[in-house]
Each structure stands twice: as C-alpha cells, then as structure tokens.
Design a protein around this ligand. Structure first.
Ligand code: BTN
Length: 237
C-alpha cells in the first residue's frame, strides 16, 4: 500500500485518477487535509472543511464487483466508528448516518486504463470538522465524530484503522456471503418503505433485501420485485 499525503486538493478521487494515468500501483491511497471540490454521489458536492478525513483508495478491480467493494467500504466505516464508540447505520448503498445526521459517505468510481480496470473508492468522514464550517443548508443534516464523542479523534489513527479494516473487509473469493450478511444487519434501508431516485426514474416500494451483486431489491405494490443498481434513497414514505 502506498500512502500519498496532500494538503489541499480539488478531490482525492481526481488526484487518484491522475496518479493512475501516471502508472500508479494497486492500493495507492491519497489523503488530503482539505478538498475544494469534494464530490458526493450523483454529482453532489461533498463539503470538505479542514478537520475531516478525505481519502481515496485506487485498486485493480473488475467492474461487476464495484458495488460490493463499495458496500464493504460502508461496512468498514461503520465497524471503525463502532470501535470509536459511535453507533451508526448504513443507508443503501453506503451513506453512514448517526440517527438522521450524515457522518460519512463513499463515492466509488471506475476507470479503464487498458488492460486494467480500476476501482476508485473515495471515503469522506466528518471526523474533527465543525458543523459551523459546513454550508448553512447542510448544518442540521450532518454530524461529526467530534460532536458525537465530545472530543477530537486522531485522524491519522482513524485513517490507519479504516485502511486496515477495509483490507480485511475487501471482497475476495469466499467472503462475499458473510460480507452481505454483515451489510444487511447494518443497513437501515431494508424493510423500509422507500422512494429511490434512479437514472431511470423514481421507484417506490419496500426495500426487502440486497442482491449478491450488492443491488437493492425493492418490492413494488402489484408490480413485483425490482433490483436497483444505483440510486439515491429519497425518503421513507
Ligand atoms: C456521498 O455521500 O455522496 C459520497 C461522499 C464521498 C466523499 C469522499 S471524500 C474523499 C473522496 N473525494 C471526493 O471528492 N469524494 C470522496
């Protein structure tokens, strides 16, 4: 594993892509103290004030496995938060919440650099950032580890724990069933009536399970089940 530390970047996912273009090795990790164009899923912004933890893991992958890799990143964050004493739940696919406030998120992207396909897994944790540094509209919707524990955490130690746990949780032949079982236990979306905004439109129904590939299975009224590969859970109906 090669760890590259930076101070201010646009987005660690973008830095990782540039490093891949320059011939990076698998398990290259980029961590930054601050992002000025931090990105969230579906084109949203990810507020990245100083104090938070922002990093990206770039690894050789196969396209079909990315959803599972992404779920394992979510499990990893929840596992590490548990050990810090912060109880969280995952909202499919990998938004990490404490109650109704978001504490961490994962942005997974893929990149082809023939003959290799890369998984780019960006993880943002609101660790020591302060809510007052977030855009006003977000302040009530986010929380931080500092706020939950009433003290700061060591971002370096947190990064080390996250990387080690991510390696342990990383999908590899044989651990997928266990991984999915652990994900299901942590996922607050399952058994909820939900509306999911997908690229093909809004799907409403009851989230019933996660498929072996990591997709959300939604049971629609009178229309049977549908598997959703990507989307945003909008609300609990
Ligand atoms: C989300 O919840 O929408 C995903 C947030 C992912 C944020 C991380 S921070 C490190 C990496 N760089 C980015 O620009 N985004 C991800």
């Amino acid at each position: 594993m090669k760890l590259i530390r930076m101070d201010t970047v646009d987005s660690t996912n973008e830095v990782a892509k540039a490093l891949i273009a320059e011939g990076a090795k698998p398990w290259t990790v980029v961590v930054a103290a601050k992002q000025v164009e931090g990105r969230g899923r579906h084109g949203r912004r990810w507020a990245s004030p100083r104090g938070g933890l922002y990093f990206t893991v770039a690894n050789h992958e196969v396209l079909e496995r990315l959803p599972l890799v992404s779920l394992s990143a979510g499990i990893t964050i929840a596992d590490v938060l548990d050990r810090e004493g912060v109880v969280s739940t995952l909202e499919w696919p990998n938004d990490v919440f404490v109650g109704s406030a978001k504490i961490a998120g994962v942005l997974t992207e893929g990149l082809t650099r023939p003959p290799v396909y890369w998984g780019i897994i960006g993880i943002g944790v609101n660790s020591n950032s302060r809510r007052s540094e977030f855009p006003r509209v977000l302040r009530e919707q986010v929380t931080t580890i500092r706020r939950e524990l009433g003290r700061e955490v060591d971002n370096d130690a947190l990064l080390k724990a996250l990387l080690q746990t991510f390696k342990e949780n990383y999908p590899s032949r044989g651990n997928e069933v266990d991984l999915l079982e652990r994900y299901r236990k942590r996922c607050g979306t399952i058994n909820q009536k939900i509306a999911v905004k997908t690229p093909g439109g809004v799907i409403r129904g009851r989230a019933v399970d996660i498929s072996p590939a990591g997709f959300l299975i939604i049971e629609r009224e009178d229309e049977g089940c549908v598997e959703v590969a990507e989307g945003t859970v909008m609300d609990v109906a």
